[in-house]
Design a protein around this ligand. Structure first.
Ligand code: GLA
Length: 408
């Protein structure tokens, strides 16, 4: 993965100029007739390499008067990510293409009001339970909990006022290898129907190797389901630049969880063999997206959970390879690794052009895709799926890494 962009190259040219000037203009001369050899010139100090940084500015005010901030994280290569503490939303993410030119690869808005008014979770942290819980209820330890139904009869992405609509407490974190910001939130007992007070932190680190590392941590005082994920909409050609049909995707999964109407899993882990969900060899996203396969019709495209192949012997808390995607015209690549067993790959089927984004372009159907690393949908009602229940005394811990690169 290339780690240098135009910026360090410019700096090194500047450094050479300074060095040359220093040697010619500041050469010390020996006093005449002193006989002492001239002192060796002091080499000019090497310019300090650019340091990762976090800068804070205002992103506006909510209707209730709450001030909202915008944080700009910049790594040593000039890769830049803007994050607001409203919903922990990644507002922009600028990464290099094969020529070194930075481009913004996530959908979003310039103004806080647009996120508040009508956003399909652009860039947000979703929780407590990312994805769906069927019938907006589940039973735990003999007690049935009723959640907010915000997606027909089901609950989606935490309910009516999920983590994506909360103001988080943001704190820059000192890290040697990148720019980092921690977001913290307390979700009260009964929030959207979920039991237990949940203390949640999400830490974004933009590393000097051009990776975005997302660390999730939570603790609770009562058993409760937790399934938090990141809902960025990616288009590696640039936000607002056409559709994602030409991106070539590889997903490391032999199985997926088929769904019924409403996108609730049947509980089965089905093989991808012979279906449009088989991405085991790199395939253009658009190649089979309009297939009449019943699963594709139910999703209106890709909106499914893949069961990630867990490398034999790899501990459950370690990172497993999830996917790799390449955008052929810019050469931008994205590789994802996660400790999560599932991936919701959503191909932006509900986008319809009515959202006008940061550069004034409409976000058309399939203008971007989401890579939601997570546990499987509806796990609290599916005894055969890995559990999502977090208990007092044991922290919820999860990590996903998004590595940006280029191929020429
Ligand atoms: C997730 C869901 C989709 C849709 C989007 C938001 O990816 O799986 O069905 O709800 O979020 O529009």
């Amino acid at each position: 993965m290339p780690t240098s962009t135009a910026r360090p190259r410019l700096l090194s040219v500047a450094a050479l100029a300074v060095a040359a000037f220093g040697l010619t203009a500041c050469q010390p001369t020996a006093p005449a007739g002193s006989g002492t050899p001239p002192a060796a010139p002091t080499p000019p100090a090497a310019p300090a390499p650019p340091k990762p940084s976090v800068a804070k500015s205002s992103f506006g005010t909510l209707a209730d008067g709450t001030a909202v901030d915008l944080y700009t994280l910049t790594n040593a290569n000039g890769v830049e990510m803007r994050v607001t503490n409203y919903g922990g939303i990644i507002v922009s993410l600028k990464v290099p293409d094969k020529t070194g030119a930075l481009g913004d690869v996530v959908l979003g808005f310039n103004r806080l009001e647009d996120y508040v008014k009508d956003s399909p979770y652009f860039g947000a942290i979703v929780g407590r339970y990312g994805n769906r819980i069927g019938g907006a209820k589940f039973t735990l330890d003999g007690k049935t909990y009723t959640l907010s139904a915000n997606d027909g009869v089901n609950t989606l992405h935490g309910g009516r006022k999920g983590f994506d609509k909360q103001v988080w407490t943001a704190t820059p974190v000192d890290k040697a290898d990148g720019a980092s910001l921690q977001l913290a939130l307390t979700s009260k007992d009964g929030d959207e129907g979920y039991p237990g007070t949940l203390h949640m932190t999400v830490t974004y680190t933009l590393t000097d190797a051009n990776a975005l590392v997302v660390d999730y941590k939570a603790s609770t005082d009562k058993a409760t389901p937790v399934n938090v994920t990141q809902h960025s909409y990616f288009n590696l050609a640039g936000e607002g630049v056409g559709t994602i049909d030409g991106h070539v995707m590889q997903i490391h999964a032999d199985r997926y969880t088929p769904v019924v109407k409403g996108l609730i899993p049947t509980g089965e882990l089905a093989k991808v063999d012979g279906t449009p969900l088989d991405f085991r060899t790199p395939t253009a996203i658009g190649a089979r997206i309009t297939s009449t396969d019943p699963q594709m019709v139910l999703g209106g495209g890709y909106d499914h959970n893949w069961v990630i192949n867990w490398p034999p012997g790899l501990a459950a808390d370690k990172l497993a390879p999830v996917l790799r995607v390449v955008e052929p015209t810019t050469g931008r690549t994205l590789e994802v690794e996660s400790t999560e067993p599932g991936l919701q790959f959503y191909s932006g089927n509900f986008l319809d052009g009515h959202h006008v984004g940061k550069s004034n372009r409409p976000y058309v159907k399939r203008a971007a895709f989401c890579i939601e690393t997570q546990h499987f949908p509806d796990s609290p009602n599916q005894p055969n799926f890995p559990t999502t229940i977090v208990k007092p005394g044991t922290d919820y811990l999860s990590q996903t890494v998004f590595r940006f690169g280029v191929e020429k």
